[in-house]
Ligand binder design. Structure first.
Ligand code: ADP
Ligand code: MG
Length: 699
């Protein structure tokens, strides 16, 4: 296997473009890509033709605009290249117009009331900063064109459009800062992201016997096995051959797509694993993460496995997340979160660092919201990594530096004015910070921040939209102030000091899982937002709307519609989970337990008829215990059914979501308890579906 031949072989990347496009076309396309400008129709025509020839040579028959609707998944509608000539022959066609713009019928995607039925059409537009690629599977080869998805009135109906807008916003503001520091060479500031993806693998034959996994992606019932993750023998453990084969195929499939899958290892929980790519610009990283999730699921089935991306597929062992490593970089390769080696670089670094700290503190509820979904509610704040409280880990050295700045304990220097910032005392920060704190939701790791709350099943667009915009917002204020300063160096010092003083409360280097931190955070006035429905209300607060509007990332209408979609999605998920539980309890658990009790009763009768010299006490005790639990389970089942009915009767979507959280979800947990007890007491032969042992250990 030659990795360099495989890598990017299914991508219409720069090398292919250079080879296949006339020089002038290549130049105009590159210019549009760099400046984010629209493509000339004549250029699009030539690009489309070259793209088509390339795709057909590699076996493609269809093309699709590949977009990211609000479902968090990807959308695609395949069109064949084929058209028919007057003499009845097939010709393969693909026009510039088809490349640039598509018109899928958008009425069935969530839109939160944005698109009235009379204008049910949306359109997709090529994001030429993310290269086209070929998707290949047993069904054929399709040319995929990454696109944004909007309504005809220009509102974003997807996750890519606001992500691109947020990248533009942070570029605009960060460039102002760079100019102030005398940078004349960089043309763009880009955000870079590397998303580490966690997932579980279970055997397909067990998966197919569990309705909860099929319908909800997580187990709604399941007694804990005798062994969980307490032996700590899975994390970084040697990879089983079956899994290794799967991982090898994943690497190859992803490499073909130009996804730089780099690291793979076993995670903490049994049957849990992780994949990390090399970072790239945010929109490509986001596209790639969608491809990673899709490929994991597709390749798993080829190995008779099923990949679970849910945040909490199993109670009692760790859930899955996504670590969103985020940094700021210039087009000429300067990482703006790299402390640097000269005082001047250090001063600039401190401005960016202080701005991120301020943004995360000021907009903590929005950041929390960006990581919220029904699945993540099981992790964040529920005794699992990370806590629901947003805080920043800076590490000892950097914390010490910002404390010095804040307290004016800086070494004064007779040298250049800029040294006033105290950067003479700034040590070289080691890249690989050894005291990494794994319990922090937002950790500085040498030259980037690692946002660890992000849900494993979700698109990373949301968290990055928020991160980019809130940092852009603080940078814009910083730039306003510095641009008007007479004494630049003095202003920088004062500003960094003020940002740090105002926002240092969000910095916390201790154990984020401890109860003491929850108390401490409350004293510091940091929000502790426990669930998705609690987080959602912050989205449409006036200050949030103003902030997003200020940077042209979301309009008020887009925010309100997105909030509605999220309330609705939450309510729907819990509703499906509740209905699945009801069905499993009614049709599987209760009948099986009744059968088992009957078999015990039969056993009593048979034994009593055969002999009077033995007792049947065990059977009697079991019958009693099982019957009591059975009755309790039945009561809880009825209670759950009634809560579902009540929640659905509520008219306001927000109220409904809250009822699903506070009533239905609680009733589900109550039903689970007696059912899991019943599993523990029942004969394996009678239990209606595979156990946690099957799922977690028989892979
Ligand atoms: P871990 O958190 O597992 O110890 P690493 O520090 O090796 O991992 O990196 C985790 C991820 O961070 C990788 O996907 C890597 O590509 C990404 N990363 C590294 N540098 C940057 C950067 N400047 N911007 C964004 N992501 C980065
Ligand atoms: Mg990590």
């Amino acid at each position: 296997m030659k990795v360099n031949e495989i890598f990017g072989s299914h991508v219409f990347n720069d090398a292919v473009m250079k080879e296949r496009l006339p020089k002038n076309t290549y130049k105009s396309l590159k210019k549009s890509m760099e400046l984010g400008e629209a493509l000339e129709p004549s250029v699009a025509e030539v690009v489309a033709n070259a793209m088509k020839d390339w795709a057909i040579e590699l076996g493609a028959t269809h093309f699709t605009h590949w977009f990211q609707p609000m479902t968090g998944k990807t959308g695609e509608k395949h069109d064949a290249f084929i058209s028919v000539s007057p003499d009845g022959k097939a010709i393969m066609e693909f026009s510039g117009k088809e490349l640039i713009k598509g018109e899928p019928d958008a009425s069935s995607f969530p839109n939160g009331g944005l698109r009235a039925t009379f204008e049910a059409r949306g359109y997709t537009a090529w994001d030429c900063t993310s290269p086209a690629f070929l998707k290949e599977d047993t069904a054929g080869v399709t040319l995929c064109i990454p696109t944004a998805f909007c309504s005809y009135t220009g509102e974003a109906l997807d996750k890519k459009t606001p992500l691109l807008r947020s990248m533009e916003a942070i570029h605009n503001q960060a460039m102002r800062i760079l100019k102030l520091f005398g940078n004349t060479t960089s043309k763009r500031v880009l955000t870079t992201v590397g998303a580490e993806q966690e997932y579980f693998l279970v055997d397909k034959k067990f998966y197919q016997l569990r309705k909860d996994l099929i319908f909800t992606g997580r187990t709604l019932f399941g007694a804990l096995p005798p062994k969980g993750q307490e032996m700590e023998d899975h994390y970084f453990g040697s990879i089983k051959e079956r899994i290794a084969k799967f991982m090898k195929e994943i690497d190859i499939e992803l490499w073909k797509l130009g996804v730089s899958a780099k690291t793979k290892h076993n995670e903490v929980a049994p049957a849990q694993h992780e994949l990390a790519p090399i970072f790239s610009t945010t929109n490509i990283a986001t596209d790639h993460n969608q491809l990673v999730m899709e490929t994991l699921q597709k390749v798993a089935t080829r190995h008779d496995l099923v990949c679970l991306l849910h945040e909490k597929p199993f109670a009692g062992v760790n859930g899955s997340g996504k670590h969103n490593n985020w940094s700021l970089s210039t087009d000429d390769g300067i990482n703006l979160l790299d402390p640097g080696t000269t005082p001047h670089e250090n001063a600039q670094f401190l401005v960016f660092l202080a701005s991120v700290i301020a943004a995360v503190d000021e907009y903590a509820p929005l950041l929390r919201l960006s990581a919220a979904n029904a699945g993540n509610d099981h992790r964040l704040g529920a005794n699992e990594a990370p806590p629901a409280i947003i805080s920043i880990f800076l590490g000892e050295q950097l914390t010490d530096i910002i404390e010095q700045i804040q307290e004016d304990r800086l070494a004064t220097s007779k040298q250049a004015e800029e040294l006033k910032l105290g950067v003479t005392t700034m040590p070289n920060l080691p890249k690989d910070v050894t005291d990494r704190n794994r319990t922090s939701p937002f950790a500085f790791t040498g030259n980037k921040f690692e946002f660890r709350m992000v849900p494993s099943s979700g698109s990373i667009a949301g968290p990055n939209i928020v991160l980019n915009t809130i940092v852009a917002d603080v940078l814009s204020r910083v730039a306003d102030e510095l641009e008007n300063a007479d004494d630049f160096n003095g202003a920088v010092t004062a500003l960094v000091k003020k940002l740090i003083s105002d926002h240092k409360k969000v910095v916390f280097n201790g154990d984020g899982y401890s109860d003491a931190w929850v108390e401490e955070a409350e004293k510091r006035g940091l929000p502790n937002i426990k669930s998705t429905v609690d987080a959602l209300e912050y989205f449409a607060k006036p200050e949030s709307i103003e902030m997003f509007e200020r940077h042209c990332v979301f309009t008020k209408g887009e925010i309100v519609s997105r909030q509605e979609i999220m309330y609705e999605e939450y309510a729907k998920i819990i509703n499906i989970e509740a209905l699945t539980m009801i069905e499993m309890a009614k049709k599987e658990i209760l009948p099986s337990v009744i059968d088992y009790i009957t078999s015990l009763a039969d056993s009593i009768n048979t034994i009593k008829a055969a002999t009077s010299s033995v007792t049947v006490k065990v059977q009697e005790k079991l019958i009693e215990k099982l019957s009591n639990l059975l009755e309790l389970a039945y009561d809880k089942l009825e209670a759950l059914e009634s809560e579902v009915v009540k929640a659905k009767e509520l008219e306001e979507i927000e109220e409904q979501a809250i009822a699903f959280r506070n009533k239905v979800f609680v009733a589900m947990e109550e039903l689970r308890i007696p059912c899991d007890e019943l599993e523990k007491l029942s004969s394996e032969e009678y239990w209606p579906f595979p156990s946690y042992t099957d799922l977690l250990f028989r892979v």
